[in-house]
Design a protein around this ligand. Structure first.
Ligand code: ZN
Length: 310
């Protein structure tokens, strides 16, 4: 008789909402919910209650995977491993995420950035399959990027922070140069193209930019400045662009053409020169990249705990 696939709890911990799911794989999500990201105590309590209720219905979970907004501490030797660290989000700086989950459920917990999780999800089951190195960038309430190298999420001093790449301030003729929306930097990618920055500059939501609106061209060009830095630094085989702002019709096409123009023939790869449409692509998993990646983090934590025990 086949052993049933292990049940995993997956948490996509975003700055606006937590998506929490219980299942054994992307095609076997048994329960999923969305929880507003309010204060840490309340949000974590609701998350734990949902997982507990799912366990009563479907059986015990064997691991948990968390893809979290950040910055986060990914150094297993650090005293604050598993914490959200210096986030500007009120109430969340220096918040432990792994500890309350581990103390309640006593199972292995995999932990990474929300965008590394999304990159893992896309690598395993989406548009990133067989494209390594792989970069996943989300453009929404914030901007962030996850990187896969040799099938592993890239960590380092912290982890990549692609949203805060320095880029030129947008200049649309007849429109004043915007202030950067980021509290840390004067001219960074997130500070110009995240949803709130677009809303502050143009009075419209990023998702609602008409195709012929100057905002769309400006956002596309600024994003392309970020992408050329990513291409020149990491030489990825594919870049996936997700997030609410990227759902805007015509935006990804404009990002592709600005990227090719700004590279100006310097990266002489067929992927750029002849196949940009299949080089810069939307997520294969749609809105599910992050939660599927969190599931993969849980499966990975379970596999590692079995290796450690054997
Ligand atoms: Zn910044």
């Amino acid at each position: 008789m086949d052993t049933p696939a292990p049940l995993i709890a997956a948490i996509e911990a975003g700055g606006t909402k937590f998506v929490v799911a219980v299942g054994s794989g992307p095609e076997d999500i048994k329960a999923v919910t969305r929880i507003d990201t309010s204060d840490p105590a309340h949000t974590m309590r609701e998350t734990i209650q949902f997982i507990s209720a799912s366990c009563r219905k479907y059986g015990p979970i064997q691991a948990i995977g968390v893809g979290s907004f950040g910055p986060i501490d990914l150094d297993p030797t650090s005293a604050t491993y598993g914490f959200i660290t210096t986030t500007p989000k009120p109430g969340w700086s220096h918040t432990p995420v792994i500890a309350p989950l581990h103390s309640r459920f006593q199972v292995p917990v995999g932990f990474d950035t929300d965008v590394n999780a999304a990159a893992i999800g896309e690598m395993l089951w989406g548009a990133g399959q067989n494209h390594d190195p792989l970069v996943y960038i989300t453009v929404g309430t914030g901007v962030g990027g996850g990187v896969i190298v040799n099938q592993q999420p890239l960590h380092g001093l912290l982890h990549p922070e692609i949203g805060h790449l320095s880029v030129p301030a947008p200049r649309t003729p007849g429109v004043i140069v915007p202030d950067c929306h980021c509290p840390y930097h004067k001219s960074c990618l997130e500070g110009f193209v995240c949803g709130p920055a677009i809303a502050a500059r143009w009075g419209i939501r990023g998702e609602d930019m008409p195709a012929d609106h100057p905002a769309l061209e400006e956002v596309a060009e600024t994003l392309a400045y970020g992408l050329i830095n990513v291409i020149l630094t990491l030489s990825p085989k594919r870049i996936i662009l997700g997030g609410g702002v990227m759902k805007q019709k015509g935006l990804i096409e404009s990002v592709r053409s600005h990227t090719v123009r700004l590279l100006n023939g310097y990266v002489n790869s067929p992927a750029i020169v002849y196949a940009i449409d299949s080089y810069i692509v939307p997520p294969g998993l749609g809105d599910r990249s992050g939660i599927c990646g969190a599931l993969a983090l849980g499966l990975n934590a379970l596999a590692e705990s079995k290796v450690a025990r054997s």
